[in-house]
Design a protein around this ligand. Sequence first.
Ligand code: SF4
Length: 367
Amino acid sequence: MSFKFKNHHFITTIEELKQYLPLSKDEEKVIKEIHKIHPMKITKYYLSLINPKDEKDPIKKMIIPSKGELDLEGDYDASCESSNVKTVGLQHKYPQTALILTTNRCTAYCRHCFRKRLAGLPSNEVVRRFKESIDYVRNHKEIDNIILSGGDALALTSEVLEKFFEEISTIPHVKYIRIASRVPVVFPERINKGHKLIKMVKKFTKKKRICLVTHFNHPREITKESVRAVKRFLDAGATAYNQTVLLKGVNDKADILAELWNKLIEVGVLPYYLFQCRPVKRVKKHFSVSLEKGVKIFSDAKKKTHGNIICRRIKYCMSHAEGKAEIIGIIGKDIYFKWHQNKNQNDFESFFKRRLKKDAIWLDDLH
Ligand code: SF4
């Protein structure tokens, strides 16, 4: 049986939202203003995680539009993704990896989204003819893995996903498929045992390694429902990894990150990146933490994690236009980086440093 996305799962208007969450007149005004430009969509499940009495609730900050989102500093395509597009909807930035924007839809719209330019909006960046992407990958034998992203790949119906999986399975040099999704976090009921999605994962894990890449940002998102959703993927033979974004007012404390990573490991999800929040319009001012603070938070958090190899492997990274820069640390007046990935293969794995500036949040702020 295929999962049916129904309107009653989601809240998309202020009128509905007010029935669940008290809103001041000012909040209403701001939501209305933002809603004209960027959609609001919240699952009832995720809304239930908000503490309505706490104005600074971190879950609320991630999902309810607020004043900070009116700030236009930044760039809608901060990592210059457009420069990596090879066919409509397919990005090829690093030799081994193809990234496919499978949809512009999500099951909930996160206010910190770095693809705000397309999430829930009309977009010509999303794949139109999947076959075209497949042909590109087939002709590029260096590609050994594909990321199905968006929007949220699990916002697609299982029938559409199955077609994608079938096509990808015919390419011998592709060894694994990554499904990038926040669905386990915001809409876990989508991952139901009896539904087609899990049966499909079970079937295709026999052909390709399938990896669920989740996006848990706060320990309060780890609930019995989200754990059950992830476990269904694991039981079907997939692996699960997590990427967290460092967000001001959400998880910019060492204790919170350490608790998040420790809990993730306990439930079988392997945390591997802490991402610096990209300087995206309507996100930058609202969510970014300075590099100086980020280095300290990351290092303190790691010291509080369980003493296992998985925690030791977590890296603090920045998805820059040039590549993925690992943020190593600060010595004196300098901040040190290493190219964990780079568009230019000659720079791959190389170290570099920049003079640190107090409020810098991105590599381009440093000279
Ligand atoms: S689910 Fe992912 S793509 Fe969709 S709004 Fe959230 S962060 Fe953006």
